[in-house]
Design a protein around this ligand. Structure first.
Ligand SMILES: [Mg+2]
Length: 293
Protein backbone atom coordinates (compact mmCIF):
# COMPACT_ATOMS: atom_id res chain seq x y z
CA UNK A 1 0.00 0.00 0.00
CA UNK A 2 1.48 3.41 -0.96
CA UNK A 3 1.97 6.07 1.72
CA UNK A 4 -1.09 8.03 2.81
CA UNK A 5 0.34 11.27 1.43
CA UNK A 6 3.63 12.10 -0.18
CA UNK A 7 2.84 15.70 -1.06
CA UNK A 8 3.47 18.28 1.64
CA UNK A 9 2.11 21.11 -0.51
CA UNK A 10 -1.39 19.68 -0.66
CA UNK A 11 -3.20 22.25 1.44
CA UNK A 12 -6.84 21.16 1.42
CA UNK A 13 -7.78 19.25 4.47
CA UNK A 14 -10.93 17.51 3.31
CA UNK A 15 -10.41 14.04 2.01
CA UNK A 16 -12.11 12.60 -1.02
CA UNK A 17 -13.86 10.21 1.22
CA UNK A 18 -15.53 13.01 3.19
CA UNK A 19 -17.11 14.35 0.02
CA UNK A 20 -18.70 11.18 -1.14
CA UNK A 21 -21.12 9.15 0.83
CA UNK A 22 -21.40 6.37 0.25
CA UNK A 23 -18.37 5.45 -1.87
CA UNK A 24 -19.16 2.82 -4.43
CA UNK A 25 -17.38 -0.41 -3.58
CA UNK A 26 -15.11 -0.33 -6.65
CA UNK A 27 -13.79 3.17 -5.93
CA UNK A 28 -13.56 2.47 -2.24
CA UNK A 29 -11.40 -0.52 -2.99
CA UNK A 30 -8.92 1.48 -5.05
CA UNK A 31 -8.92 4.70 -3.04
CA UNK A 32 -5.43 5.31 -1.69
CA UNK A 33 -6.29 7.87 0.97
CA UNK A 34 -4.56 10.94 -0.41
CA UNK A 35 -5.97 14.39 -1.01
CA UNK A 36 -5.62 15.90 -4.50
CA UNK A 37 -5.89 19.66 -4.91
CA UNK A 38 -7.47 22.01 -7.41
CA UNK A 39 -6.73 25.30 -9.11
CA UNK A 40 -8.97 27.20 -6.74
CA UNK A 41 -7.20 25.72 -3.74
CA UNK A 42 -10.01 23.31 -2.98
CA UNK A 43 -10.00 19.60 -3.33
CA UNK A 44 -10.05 18.07 -6.81
CA UNK A 45 -13.14 16.27 -5.75
CA UNK A 46 -16.18 18.04 -7.05
CA UNK A 47 -17.32 14.78 -8.44
CA UNK A 48 -19.16 15.08 -11.76
CA UNK A 49 -20.84 11.73 -11.29
CA UNK A 50 -20.54 11.74 -7.50
CA UNK A 51 -17.97 8.98 -7.69
CA UNK A 52 -14.81 10.14 -9.40
CA UNK A 53 -12.69 13.31 -9.44
CA UNK A 54 -13.51 16.28 -11.64
CA UNK A 55 -10.35 16.80 -13.67
CA UNK A 56 -11.64 20.15 -14.94
CA UNK A 57 -10.61 21.66 -11.62
CA UNK A 58 -6.97 20.66 -11.96
CA UNK A 59 -4.20 23.06 -12.92
CA UNK A 60 -3.41 20.70 -15.76
CA UNK A 61 -3.98 17.13 -16.90
CA UNK A 62 -1.08 15.10 -18.28
CA UNK A 63 -1.86 12.07 -20.41
CA UNK A 64 0.28 9.08 -21.19
CA UNK A 65 -0.35 8.10 -24.83
CA UNK A 66 -0.10 4.37 -25.59
CA UNK A 67 -2.95 2.64 -23.80
CA UNK A 68 -4.43 5.84 -22.39
CA UNK A 69 -5.36 7.90 -25.44
CA UNK A 70 -4.83 5.35 -28.21
CA UNK A 71 -4.84 1.53 -28.40
CA UNK A 72 -1.32 1.64 -29.79
CA UNK A 73 -0.22 -1.74 -28.46
CA UNK A 74 -2.16 -3.35 -31.29
CA UNK A 75 -0.19 -1.34 -33.85
CA UNK A 76 3.09 -2.32 -32.24
CA UNK A 77 2.05 -5.98 -32.35
CA UNK A 78 1.01 -5.69 -36.00
CA UNK A 79 4.29 -3.96 -36.88
CA UNK A 80 6.47 -6.57 -35.22
CA UNK A 81 4.53 -9.31 -36.99
CA UNK A 82 4.83 -7.70 -40.42
CA UNK A 83 8.55 -7.05 -40.00
CA UNK A 84 9.49 -10.46 -38.59
CA UNK A 85 7.34 -12.45 -41.02
CA UNK A 86 9.24 -10.81 -43.87
CA UNK A 87 12.62 -11.28 -42.16
CA UNK A 88 11.94 -14.93 -41.28
CA UNK A 89 10.88 -15.65 -44.86
CA UNK A 90 14.01 -13.99 -46.27
CA UNK A 91 16.34 -15.83 -43.91
CA UNK A 92 14.47 -19.15 -43.88
CA UNK A 93 14.01 -18.97 -40.09
CA UNK A 94 11.74 -21.54 -38.48
CA UNK A 95 9.43 -21.95 -36.72
CA UNK A 96 7.37 -19.13 -38.19
CA UNK A 97 6.71 -15.97 -36.20
CA UNK A 98 3.50 -16.02 -34.17
CA UNK A 99 1.76 -13.48 -31.96
CA UNK A 100 2.89 -15.52 -28.96
CA UNK A 101 6.41 -14.41 -29.83
CA UNK A 102 5.27 -10.84 -29.20
CA UNK A 103 4.17 -11.65 -25.67
CA UNK A 104 7.12 -13.93 -24.94
CA UNK A 105 9.94 -11.83 -26.34
CA UNK A 106 8.87 -8.30 -27.31
CA UNK A 107 6.07 -6.87 -25.17
CA UNK A 108 7.35 -4.44 -22.56
CA UNK A 109 10.97 -4.71 -23.62
CA UNK A 110 13.18 -2.05 -25.09
CA UNK A 111 13.04 -2.38 -28.84
CA UNK A 112 16.60 -3.67 -29.37
CA UNK A 113 16.48 -6.05 -26.41
CA UNK A 114 13.32 -7.55 -27.87
CA UNK A 115 14.92 -8.11 -31.27
CA UNK A 116 17.93 -9.85 -29.73
CA UNK A 117 15.75 -12.03 -27.50
CA UNK A 118 13.44 -13.13 -30.29
CA UNK A 119 16.27 -13.96 -32.70
CA UNK A 120 18.05 -15.87 -29.96
CA UNK A 121 14.90 -17.96 -29.50
CA UNK A 122 15.50 -19.16 -33.08
CA UNK A 123 19.27 -19.64 -32.52
CA UNK A 124 20.03 -16.62 -34.67
CA UNK A 125 22.74 -14.18 -33.61
CA UNK A 126 23.52 -10.92 -35.38
CA UNK A 127 25.84 -8.06 -34.39
CA UNK A 128 24.27 -5.54 -32.02
CA UNK A 129 25.20 -2.54 -34.17
CA UNK A 130 24.39 1.02 -33.18
CA UNK A 131 21.11 2.92 -32.68
CA UNK A 132 22.08 5.09 -35.63
CA UNK A 133 22.16 2.03 -37.92
CA UNK A 134 20.25 2.30 -41.15
CA UNK A 135 17.10 0.13 -41.11
CA UNK A 136 18.52 -1.88 -44.00
CA UNK A 137 21.39 -3.21 -41.87
CA UNK A 138 21.07 -6.72 -40.45
CA UNK A 139 22.09 -5.75 -36.95
CA UNK A 140 19.94 -5.82 -33.82
CA UNK A 141 19.63 -2.04 -33.98
CA UNK A 142 19.07 -2.02 -37.73
CA UNK A 143 16.28 -4.60 -37.41
CA UNK A 144 14.77 -2.65 -34.51
CA UNK A 145 14.85 0.50 -36.58
CA UNK A 146 13.23 -1.45 -39.43
CA UNK A 147 10.33 -2.24 -37.11
CA UNK A 148 9.91 1.44 -36.48
CA UNK A 149 9.66 2.08 -40.22
CA UNK A 150 6.93 -0.56 -40.39
CA UNK A 151 5.20 1.00 -37.37
CA UNK A 152 5.09 4.37 -39.12
CA UNK A 153 3.86 2.74 -42.33
CA UNK A 154 1.09 0.85 -40.53
CA UNK A 155 0.03 4.05 -38.83
CA UNK A 156 -0.06 5.91 -42.12
CA UNK A 157 -1.89 3.14 -44.01
CA UNK A 158 -4.32 1.96 -41.37
CA UNK A 159 -4.50 4.96 -39.05
CA UNK A 160 -5.49 4.67 -35.45
CA UNK A 161 -8.53 5.85 -33.57
CA UNK A 162 -8.31 7.27 -30.09
CA UNK A 163 -10.46 5.62 -27.43
CA UNK A 164 -13.87 7.34 -27.55
CA UNK A 165 -13.81 7.82 -23.79
CA UNK A 166 -10.46 9.58 -24.03
CA UNK A 167 -11.79 11.92 -26.69
CA UNK A 168 -14.82 12.65 -24.52
CA UNK A 169 -12.60 13.59 -21.60
CA UNK A 170 -10.41 15.77 -23.81
CA UNK A 171 -13.55 17.52 -25.06
CA UNK A 172 -14.74 18.13 -21.51
CA UNK A 173 -11.37 19.57 -20.49
CA UNK A 174 -11.12 21.72 -23.60
CA UNK A 175 -14.58 23.14 -22.95
CA UNK A 176 -13.36 24.75 -19.74
CA UNK A 177 -9.80 25.45 -20.86
CA UNK A 178 -7.98 22.99 -18.62
CA UNK A 179 -4.43 22.71 -20.01
CA UNK A 180 -3.40 19.26 -21.23
CA UNK A 181 -0.16 17.59 -22.28
CA UNK A 182 1.01 14.24 -23.59
CA UNK A 183 3.89 12.65 -21.73
CA UNK A 184 5.04 9.50 -23.50
CA UNK A 185 8.31 7.58 -23.63
CA UNK A 186 7.65 6.78 -27.27
CA UNK A 187 9.58 8.50 -30.02
CA UNK A 188 6.51 7.91 -32.19
CA UNK A 189 4.18 10.01 -30.07
CA UNK A 190 3.71 12.80 -32.61
CA UNK A 191 3.15 10.28 -35.42
CA UNK A 192 0.51 8.48 -33.35
CA UNK A 193 -1.25 11.72 -32.42
CA UNK A 194 -1.16 12.82 -36.05
CA UNK A 195 -2.58 9.49 -37.25
CA UNK A 196 -5.35 9.80 -34.66
CA UNK A 197 -6.05 13.36 -35.81
CA UNK A 198 -5.55 14.90 -32.38
CA UNK A 199 -2.04 16.36 -32.53
CA UNK A 200 -3.39 19.91 -32.33
CA UNK A 201 -5.15 19.18 -29.04
CA UNK A 202 -1.85 19.09 -27.17
CA UNK A 203 0.14 22.31 -26.87
CA UNK A 204 2.77 20.43 -24.90
CA UNK A 205 4.22 17.04 -25.86
CA UNK A 206 7.04 15.48 -23.88
CA UNK A 207 8.05 12.34 -25.75
CA UNK A 208 10.98 10.02 -26.28
CA UNK A 209 12.64 12.50 -28.60
CA UNK A 210 12.27 15.27 -26.00
CA UNK A 211 13.73 13.00 -23.35
CA UNK A 212 16.71 12.13 -25.52
CA UNK A 213 17.32 15.79 -26.43
CA UNK A 214 17.04 17.07 -22.85
CA UNK A 215 18.62 14.09 -21.12
CA UNK A 216 15.45 13.21 -19.18
CA UNK A 217 15.47 9.74 -17.60
CA UNK A 218 12.64 7.40 -18.55
CA UNK A 219 9.65 6.56 -16.39
CA UNK A 220 9.52 5.50 -13.55
CA UNK A 221 11.67 8.59 -12.95
CA UNK A 222 9.31 11.58 -12.63
CA UNK A 223 11.34 13.91 -14.84
CA UNK A 224 9.23 13.65 -17.99
CA UNK A 225 5.99 14.38 -16.17
CA UNK A 226 7.59 17.24 -14.27
CA UNK A 227 8.86 18.68 -17.55
CA UNK A 228 5.32 18.54 -18.93
CA UNK A 229 3.88 20.31 -15.91
CA UNK A 230 6.61 22.93 -16.06
CA UNK A 231 5.87 23.65 -19.73
CA UNK A 232 2.19 24.11 -18.85
CA UNK A 233 3.19 26.32 -15.91
CA UNK A 234 1.22 24.00 -13.68
CA UNK A 235 1.95 23.01 -10.10
CA UNK A 236 2.29 19.19 -9.97
CA UNK A 237 0.48 19.00 -6.63
CA UNK A 238 -2.57 20.59 -8.27
CA UNK A 239 -2.34 18.57 -11.48
CA UNK A 240 -3.45 15.13 -12.60
CA UNK A 241 -1.74 12.31 -14.48
CA UNK A 242 -3.45 9.49 -16.37
CA UNK A 243 -1.34 6.36 -16.88
CA UNK A 244 -1.85 2.71 -17.76
CA UNK A 245 1.67 1.45 -17.04
CA UNK A 246 3.05 0.66 -13.63
CA UNK A 247 6.24 2.55 -14.41
CA UNK A 248 4.21 5.61 -15.45
CA UNK A 249 2.02 5.53 -12.36
CA UNK A 250 5.13 5.25 -10.23
CA UNK A 251 6.68 8.18 -12.08
CA UNK A 252 3.67 10.42 -11.46
CA UNK A 253 3.55 9.43 -7.81
CA UNK A 254 7.26 10.13 -7.42
CA UNK A 255 6.71 13.55 -8.99
CA UNK A 256 4.22 14.50 -6.28
CA UNK A 257 1.28 14.92 -8.62
CA UNK A 258 -1.90 15.68 -6.76
CA UNK A 259 -3.99 13.14 -8.59
CA UNK A 260 -2.61 9.98 -10.17
CA UNK A 261 -5.24 8.03 -12.08
CA UNK A 262 -4.43 4.50 -13.16
CA UNK A 263 -6.11 3.34 -16.36
CA UNK A 264 -6.54 -0.40 -16.19
CA UNK A 265 -6.00 -1.82 -19.68
CA UNK A 266 -4.75 -5.09 -18.29
CA UNK A 267 -2.18 -4.25 -15.62
CA UNK A 268 -4.79 -4.75 -12.92
CA UNK A 269 -6.34 -2.28 -10.49
CA UNK A 270 -4.56 -3.64 -7.44
CA UNK A 271 -1.11 -3.37 -8.98
CA UNK A 272 -1.80 0.13 -10.32
CA UNK A 273 -2.92 1.20 -6.86
CA UNK A 274 0.13 -0.39 -5.29
CA UNK A 275 2.31 1.55 -7.75
CA UNK A 276 0.82 4.82 -6.48
CA UNK A 277 -2.51 5.45 -8.22
CA UNK A 278 -5.09 7.35 -6.16
CA UNK A 279 -7.93 5.99 -8.27
CA UNK A 280 -8.19 3.35 -10.99
CA UNK A 281 -10.63 3.50 -13.91
CA UNK A 282 -11.24 1.09 -16.77
CA UNK A 283 -11.84 3.83 -19.32
CA UNK A 284 -11.51 7.60 -19.36
CA UNK A 285 -15.22 7.90 -20.08
CA UNK A 286 -15.75 7.19 -16.40
CA UNK A 287 -14.20 10.58 -15.67
CA UNK A 288 -16.65 12.48 -17.84
CA UNK A 289 -19.51 13.63 -15.67
CA UNK A 290 -23.16 14.06 -16.57
CA UNK A 291 -22.69 17.81 -16.81
CA UNK A 292 -20.18 17.46 -19.60
CA UNK A 293 -21.64 14.59 -21.57
MG1 LIG B 1 0.97 3.56 -21.72
Amino acid sequence: MPPASRCSSCRPTRSWRSLVNPWPPRVERHYAGRTPTARDGGSVTSLPDANLPDLRRCDAVLFDLDGVITPTAEVHMHSWRAMFEELFAQWGIEPAYTDQDYFDHLDGKKRYDGVATLLRSRDVEVPWGDPSDDPSLDTVCGIGNRKNIVFSRVLAEEGIAAYPGSLALLDALAAVGTPVAVVSSSKNARDVLTAAGILDRFPVIVDGATAERDGLPSKPAPDMFLAGARQLQAVPARSAVLEDALSGVAAAAAGGFGLVIGVDRGAGAATLTAAGAHVVVGDLAELVGPATR
